[in-house]
Design a protein around this ligand. Structure first.
Ligand code: F6P
Length: 373
């Protein structure tokens, strides 16, 4: 019997999404005679039943394209803004699934998508997820596609910033994406030889950062590159956040919860101003002129690296095999050279952060990089 497959991309876009859609689509159509439809704009398009047929023509010529041909959004099935109000649209999504006689829904996304897909699975839908994000913070997979491309972009940026920082004898603070995990800032910082690397996992002390810059100056190096992950916090900011998170856990009613959440979201939304404030502080403390470069969405745009194309193709084609075998409720993780299926309930809600004893951190310290602690 022909199997009907639905696929969507959700969360921030990233390089390799089209390669994954193509891998899944071509293998599902060509090897197993399945029918594949794509839903537009993540869970919103699924809720609104906006779809396109993914036939040979649609799947052709997209391997090297950045972004996602399906479009994406950060909408969650159980908390969607509809008509200006936050609503639980899970039932509408189940209706779309049934109306299209789907055998399975493939959700390609990051940490949030794993949780949303798991919720749909608990409502009885067959789901399979493929992990992607430039942040590389999805638990259970060695690596997510998108990360390698973003790593190259951020590394090249640090390389380029070196010559201008050196010429002007400046401190350049470069903000790199990664709101909950520091893989990208750490990787690019090590690859690009940043003098300071600040990541969310290690709260930093601005005075220690300034001291390391002054030490460089004393040794005749009149410039410094500070690679800061957008979610990195100073020790003070971290303890303020810890207090708020404690308050959130202890909140007695929904109203109190909402208020504390709002403050947390406001602080999270101020990430770039944290970076600007850090640069100002470093200028004050070191007396060295400082500048800020925010790489932002540049890191997510454009053509995927060959590594990401290969990984996305492996995951997409493996996904068709799992569908053929009727193995659902799993995330397909990259493990070594292969692909492994992990139960979604094991993955959902977990974060892969940089462990304190990670070799990359040790290596950074050994080459004299300041980690702000
Ligand atoms: O989750 C991937 C990511 O690129 C993060 O690094 C970043 O914090 C976030 O998305 C930015 O999201 P948006 O595109 O919604 O501004």
């Amino acid at each position: 019997m022909t199997k009907f497959v639905g696929v969507l991309t959700s969360g921030g876009d990233n390089p390799g999404l089209n390669a994954a859609i193509r891998g899944l689509g071509k293998a599902a159509l060509g090897c197993y005679g399945m029918q594949v439809i794509g839903f537009r704009d993540g869970f919103r398009g699924l809720m609104e039943n906006r779809s396109i047929t993914l036939d040979g023509k649609m799947l052709s010529g997209i391997l090297t394209q950045g972004g996602t041909i399906l479009g994406t959004s950060r909408d969650k099935p159980h908390k969607m803004i509809v008509g200006g109000k936050e609503m639980d649209m899970t039932q509408a999504i189940i209706d779309t699934y049934q109306r299209n006689h789907l055998d399975v829904l493939v959700c390609i996304g990051g940490g949030g998508t794993q949780k949303n897909a798991y919720r749909l699975m608990q409502h009885g839908l067959n789901v399979i997820t493929l992990p992607k994000t430039i942040d590389n913070d999805v638990w259970g997979t060695d690596v997510t596609f998108g990360f390698d491309t973003a790593l190259d972009i951020a590394t090249e940026a640090i390389d380029r910033l070196h010559s201008t920082a050196q010429s002007h004898h400046r401190v350049i603070v470069v903000e790199i994406m990664g709101h909950r995990a520091g893989w990208l800032a750490l990787g690019a910082g090590v690859a690009g030889g940043a003098d300071v690397i600040l990541i969310p996992e290690i709260p930093y002390d601005p005075k220690i950062v300034a001291e390391s810059i002054r030490n460089r100056s004393r040794s005749g190096k009149s410039f410094s590159i500070v690679a800061v992950a957008e979610g990195a916090l100073s020790k003070n900011q971290r303890s303020q956040m810890d207090e708020l998170e404690e308050k959130l856990r202890a909140a007695k009613d929904k109203d109190e919860k909402r208020q504390v959440k709002k403050v947390i979201e406001e602080i999270n939304g101020m990430r770039s101003s944290h970076t600007m404030m850090l640069a100002q502080k470093l200028e004050e403390l070191t007396g060295i002129e400082s500048r800020v470069t925010i790489l932002g969405h540049l890191q997510r745009g454009g053509t995927p690296s060959s590594f990401d194309r290969i990984l996305a193709t492996k995951l997409g084609t493996a996904c068709a095999d799992y569908i053929n075998r009727g193995k659902y409720g799993v995330m397909l993780a990259a493990r070594g050279d292969g692909v492994e299926a992990l139960p979604l309930e094991e993955v959902a809600g977990k974060l892969k952060s940089v462990p304190p004893d990670h070799l990359l951190l040790t290596s950074a310290r050994r080459v004299g990089t300041c980690l702000g602690d």
